[in-house]
Design a binder for this molecule. Structure first.
Ligand code: ADP
Ligand code: MG
Length: 336
C-alpha cells in the first residue's frame, strides 16, 4: 500500500454515527452513545457496546447520548465519542486524514468549532463541516447543483430537518426538535396514560419500528408489549394495536408535516413549483415510518418518496461532498 491521505466523512447523527471512507464506503455504523464512569469521568465504551449497557450497567457506569435533542449536550463526551469512532475506522496513521463532518443545521457557531476541534484532536489533519440536509440531498441523489428546487426531509433521532436546495445552497429550511426520539416518548406517554403500563424508551422504539404507522390502511398489526403496570408496579404484557401507536405518534407527525408546509411557504414560488413537480425526498431513519410518505403526499399535495437508503443518505452525501472538500474548507475559514 502506498502512502496516501485517507479522506473520511462522518455523519454525526443524534441517534447514529456513520463513518465513510473514500474508496471503501461505510466502515463504522454505531449508535451515538457513550458509557462513562461517573466517578472518573472516563469513557468506558462507545457505540453499540455502550448502548448495550443502558439500563443494565453497574451504578458507576452511566450511558449518555451526547447529541441528544439535536444539539451537543456535552462537548467533552462528544469529542471522546468521535475519537473512539475514528479509532474504530482505523484511518489515523502516519498520514492524517482530512475529515468532513455533517452536523445538524441548528447547532451554534461554538458547537461547530467544538466538532472541528474534536475531529482535529482525534487525529485529523483538516476538518470541515457540511449541513445535514445538504448531505442528505446529495446522498439521496438529488441534483443539488442545478438551478431547480429540490426538497429533502431528513427525520433523524433528535431533529427533523426540512430544506429546499438549489444551485448548491440551502434556499429555505426548518429544523425542529421533533423526530424519532419524540415519537418514542410519545409512545411511552400514551401507553402510560391510556393503557396504564410503564415502558422504557427502548421498548417504545421497538414498538415504533415494529408496528408504527402514519397512515391508516386495512390491515392492523399488533405487538405484545412487556412493561410494568402503573398501579401495581408488577410486570404485565399487553397486546397493542397499530392504530393506538398511530394515535400516539399523530401529534408529532403533524408537527413534522407543518414544518414541511412552512418551509414551502418560505420558498420562492419558482422553486416551490419545482418541488411540486419533482416531489419531496424523505431521508433518515424516520423516513421508514410506514405510510409517512403517503400521509405527506396527501396532506401537502406533493408526492413524497423515501430515498433508497434513508439511514445512509447523510453519510453517503458527506462522502460525495469530500470531493469538494477544498472549496468547503475555504468557505468555512471565511466564517472565522
Ligand atoms: P440521526 O441522524 O439523528 O442519527 P437516523 O437517521 O440514524 O438519526 O435515524 C434514527 C431514528 O430513526 C431513530 O429514532 C430510530 O428509532 C428511527 N428508525 C429507524 N428505523 C426505523 C423504522 N423502520 N421505522 C421507524 N423509525 C425508524
Ligand atoms: Mg441524520
Amino acid at each position: 500500500m502506498g502512502f496516501f491521505t485517507k479522506d473520511v466523512a462522518i455523519d454525526l447523527g443524534t441517534a447514529n454515527t456513520i463513518i465513510y471512507v473514500k474508496g471503501k464506503g461505510i466502515v463504522v455504523r454505531e449508535p451515538s452513545v457513550v458509557a462513562i464512569d461517573r466517578y472518573t469521568g472516563k469513557v468506558v465504551a462507545a457505540g453499540s457496546a455502550a448502548d448495550e449497557m443502558i439500563g443494565r450497567t453497574p451504578e458507576n457506569i452511566i450511558a449518555v447520548r451526547p447529541m441528544k435533542d439535536g444539539v451537543i449536550a456535552d462537548f467533552d463526551i462528544t469529542q471522546a465519542m468521535i475519537r473512539q469512532f475514528i479509532r474504530l475506522a482505523n484511518v489515523v496513521s502516519v498520514l492524517k486524514p482530512r475529515v468532513l463532518v455533517s452536523i445538524p443545521s441548528g447547532i451554534t457557531e461554538v458547537e461547530r468549532r467544538a466538532v472541528e476541534e474534536a475531529v482535529i484532536q482525534a487525529g485529523a489533519k483538516e476538518a470541515a463541516l457540511i449541513e445535514e440536509p445538504m448531505a442528505a440531498a446529495i446522498g439521496a441523489g438529488l441534483p443539488v447543483n442545478k438551478a431547480a428546487g429540490s426538497m429533502v426531509v431528513d427525520i433523524g433521532g433528535g431533529t427533523t430537518e426540512v430544506a429546499v436546495i438549489s444551485l448548491g445552497g440551502i434556499v429555505s429550511s426548518r429544523s425542529i426538535r421533533i423526530a424519532g426520539d419524540a415519537l418514542d416518548s410519545s409512545i411511552v406517554n400514551y401507553l402510560k396514560k391510556n393503557i396504564g403500563i410503564n415502558i422504557g424508551d427502548k421498548m417504545a422504539e421497538e414498538i415504533k419500528i415494529a408496528i408504527g404507522s402514519a397512515y391508516e390502511d386495512n390491515e392492523e398489526e399488533v405487538y405484545d408489549v412487556r412493561g410494568r403496570d402503573v398501579s401495581t408496579g408488577l410486570p404485565r404484557t399487553v397486546q397493542i394495536r397499530e392504530s393506538q401507536i398511530r394515535e400516539a405518534m399523530s401529534e408529532n407527525i403533524a408537527e413534522m408535516i407543518e414544518a414541511v408546509k412552512m418551509t414551502l411557504e418560505h420558498t420562492p414560488p419558482e422553486l416551490a413549483a419545482d418541488v411540486m413537480e419533482r416531489g419531496i425526498t424523505l431521508t433518515g431513519g424516520g423516513a421508514l415510518i410506514k405510510g409517512l410518505d403517503k400521509l405527506i403526499s396527501e396532506t401537502v399535495k406533493i408526492p413524497a418518496l423515501v430515498a433508497e437508503y434513508p439511514l445512509d443518505c447523510v453519510a453517503i452525501g458527506t462522502g460525495k461532498a469530500l470531493e469538494d472538500m477544498k472549496s468547503l474548507l475555504a468557505k468555512s475559514k471565511k466564517n472565522y
